[in-house]
Design a protein around this ligand. Sequence first.
Ligand code: SF4
Length: 128
Amino acid sequence: MTQPPERMCPSTTAANATVFLGMITPAGRVAYVTPPMPAEVALATADAASGPVESRYRLAGPCVTSRCGFWTGDHCGLGERLVASYAETTGEPKTNLPHCAIRRSCRWYAEQGPAACTPCSHVTTDAR
Ligand code: SF4
């Protein structure tokens, strides 16, 4: 039997990160980086004195499913909630997908489709 593809969490902590997705701009948007950059490379240059790195970097890592509080049992509740709330508040067209390094393995994209990508660009990971 073939194994399902490993999904990536597009908003993870530095401790679980394997890919650097991008920088958070002063406007609170993600400036995505392609091709993929290993998280360890980006984290090696992070200034620890500037507070939690998750407030400045968006990081991706393996989805931990049931070990995450957002896991519903069969999908990511955070991705679902983001898409629903973004559609309610903006109705912004779901086009112009950002150039993102993990689209083929992204948990949110796999479950929510292109609608995940615009709200994704507004997310800052809560590292608490
Ligand atoms: S939701 Fe879209 S933009 Fe965000 S990490 Fe996944 S594929 Fe990339």
